[in-house]
Design a protein around this ligand. Structure first.
Ligand SMILES: C[S@@+](CC[C@H](N)C(=O)[O-])C[C@H]1O[C@@H](n2cnc3c(N)ncnc32)[C@H](O)[C@@H]1O
Length: 264
């Protein structure tokens, strides 16, 4: 793990503060990225000749899940926060863990065949610079994949319902998808594809209230002020009290996006 500059980079959330508990949330476990097997199947060269980069790799679970699939390949995880990389380190000593900013990744041109970026793009302050860097880092015929939530397609998310300030912050931090697609094409990517998956659920408000008392489990809750957080909690308490002891459920919907773009 190399450590250099990034304390200068402004961040939406200080992940060093929550790194030790990041993996406790079951939904943070990773399987093989469904984009990877079809990419590998298309390639002619031996797997050991490939280089994969995960930008904003966090605690490294995605690369650790990929490790057995690409024996001999070069795997690199980049993250701004050393605390997250410290959690990643024990997961594999056959992955290079590098500290740095996604907007200024410390690698030469044409270093990687496959670059992934999961649930991290909205944290990057200079998103345009990051997309330019991804294109620079990919080899010809390389592929960029991104996963994230889509705030504009899920205003009914229970977090946004009770914490409208979180929605406002996300509208600023998440680049509109048409703008992102246009930017990818502008820097030279082709075959830009976007898929969406909607997940509808109905949450017991008492359980939801209990879960958010650990405010650290969700960056939307961390990114708002204490006053805004308390106001949201108050709104939940009022709805529970209004139900007068009856079970009360809050409808919720999450929209996940999967983006894919190729370097010619
Ligand atoms: C929600 S976590 C996602 C981590 C991992 N990709 C995952 O899916 O579990 C966001 C990650 O982005 C990282 N991050 C935030 N700003 C960054 C930046 N400018 N450059 C690199 N990583 C950054 C954080 O440290 C954190 O690990």
């Amino acid at each position: 793990m190399s450590a250099d500059q990034p304390s200068r980079v402004r961040a939406r959330v200080d992940y060093d503060l929550i790194a030790h508990q990041y993996d406790r949330q079951p939904y943070r476990q990773k399987q093989v990225d469904p984009n990877l097997p079809p990419f590998l199947a298309q390639r002619q060269q031996p797997l050991s000749a490939l280089s994969l980069l995960d930008m904003g790799c966090g605690t490294g679970s995605q690369l650790a899940a990929h490790r057995p699939l690409v024996p001999g390949a070069d795997l690199v995880g980049l993250d701004l926060f050393q605390g997250m990389l410290r959690q990643a380190l024990p997961k594999s000593n056959q992955i290079h863990w590098v500290q740095g900013d996604n907007a200024a990744p410390p690698f030469p041109d044409c270093s990687f065949d496959f670059i992934s970026n999961q649930f991290s793009f909205h944290h990057v302050r200079d998103q345009r610079a990051m997309i330019q860097a991804v294109f620079r880092l990919l080899r010809p015929n390389g592929r960029f994949v991104m996963a994230n939530i889509c705030p504009r397609r899920m205003p009914e998310w229970i977090y946004y319902h009770y914490f409208p300030d979180a929605y406002a912050v996300d509208l600023q931090d998440f680049m509109p998808l048409p703008d992102l697609a246009a930017l990818l094409q502008l820097v030279g990517f082709v075959d830009v594809q976007l898929d969406f998956t909607d997940i509808d659920e109905s949450l017991d408000l008492r359980e939801f209230l209990a879960s958010i008392h650990d405010r650290q489990h969700c960056s939307q809750l961390i990114a708002m002020s204490d006053t805004q957080f308390r106001s949201g909690v108050q709104r939940i308490v009022q709805d529970i009290e209004a139900a007068g002891g009856e079970p009360v459920f809050g409808p919720s919907r999450v929209c996940l996006m999967n983006l894919r773009a190729d370097k010619p």
